[in-house]
Design a protein around this ligand. Sequence first.
Ligand SMILES: *Cc1c(COP(=O)(O)O)cnc(C)c1O
Length: 363
Amino acid sequence: MSPPKARPGVLQITPYAGSEVGSGGEDRIVISSNESAFGPSWRAMEAYSGASEGTHRYPEIDARSLRQALAEHHGLDAERIICGCGSDQIIDLLALAYAGPGDETVYSEHGFTMYPIATLSVGATPVAAPETNLTADVDAILGCVSERTRIVFLANPNNPTGTYLGRDELRRLHEGLREEVLLVLDAAYAEYVTAQDYEPGMALVHDSSNVVMTRTFSKIYALASLRIGWAYGPAEIIEILDRVRPPFNVSSPAIAAGIAALADVEHTNRAREHNAELLPWFTSQLEALGLEVNPSVGNFVITRFSPGVDKDAEAAYRFLFERGIVTRRVAGYGLPDWVRMSIGTREEMEDVVAALQEFVGSS
Ligand SMILES: *Cc1c(COP(=O)(O)O)cnc(C)c1O
């Protein structure tokens, strides 16, 4: 007799690494998970509290009212939207419905780790395409596509690198794929991007039968704990995903908060403007300390520390952690020399700069 054994793909999974938040006071600066600097709209919080009365009732089976609100907000068709328990769940559903043993999915080398995790979970094989200058490389991705490829996953912009592909490169990627290959554009940070040549993927979804765009309420809407994500795609694909979606997968308080957060456009704009100001400021402050910062269009940056004793990424991470500043190591993304930091409030980021100055200056 032997104990139950998980299937081979599952045994290959390295569990998703969250951040070590540690114990200690409320005054810690947590810039480890790309959460919003400001927290959610008070309207969203009010809607969330208001929904507590119906706790004994199941939520809408398919988050209908949230899908309707998303459709109105973005000018889309509600029938082509699916909501998930975070966009992570939607990534799982895509893998579950479209890939299996013997199939491959392609993602870029330093891409979001949920793609290989979801792929291995369903017994398929993730293939990492090399990047150029820490940016997804269309030719390299297309070069990794084989007869077995079912899905290409692209975070645009990507976490943790912060880089993105413009509209034309996205089109070129799409045009290089066979129609039967599903292209998943994960636009979790879309609302933060100010670059003129950026498009979150809606246009490509409209013009094709094999593109799905995923979005989240965890980032600019600051509702990470409520776990709300969504996807927009061709009606046929959304209908397939609905077959494998667990019913009632978005709770009533989450639906209520999501609808209210969408409506508070002023709050979202404030968060976007704050980031547009702080991101270049923080980047230039780090560069002034002699640190290399990878250009980012999201609400986070990665910074490089020299490998070697005392001054490497682990030393920087520890140094900051001991001063109450929680950042994220990204060695699991193939970036052992880099540390990722989200953009917090101005006061928080000033403290981070001061701490790093001390780190860089100490011997
Ligand atoms: C944070 C993030 C998400 C969001 O995940 P949720 O499950 O919606 O919280 C998705 N994709 C990327 C690339 C992210 O960084």
